[in-house]
Design a protein around this ligand. Structure first.
Ligand code: FES
Length: 92
């Protein structure tokens, strides 16, 4: 995965079925994924056994709260490579 070098040291695997780190799920949510299905489409998290879906839901709720408080990341910053962590899927 190309984003590994930029991953925070404390980052943890959130979805063990698909080896998806918490930072990748947060990045997906900050890029606009608002549902479990959207997160699954974006990075595969939550598409296996389902045991991580509660944690993903918590992240989605926290990101929605951030957006409501106006603490979201400006759209221009979302285009930076930092927020383009590898999803494990080719989009092109
Ligand atoms: S741990 Fe995420 S789907 Fe199984």
């Amino acid at each position: 995965m190309t984003g590994a070098a930029r991953r925070p040291a404390a980052d943890l695997i959130l979805c063990s079925c698909n080896s998806v780190f918490e930072s990748e799920v947060v990045a997906c949510a900050r890029r606009g994924a608002k549902t479990l299905d959207a997160i699954g489409d974006e990075c595969d998290a939550g598409t296996g056994c389902g045991s991580c879906r509660g944690a993903i839901t918590t992240i989605l709720e926290e990101e929605e709260d951030r957006r409501r408080r106006g603490e979201g990341i400006p759209e221009a910053l979302l285009q930076l490579p930092l927020f383009q962590l590898g999803s494990g899927k080719d989009k092109g």
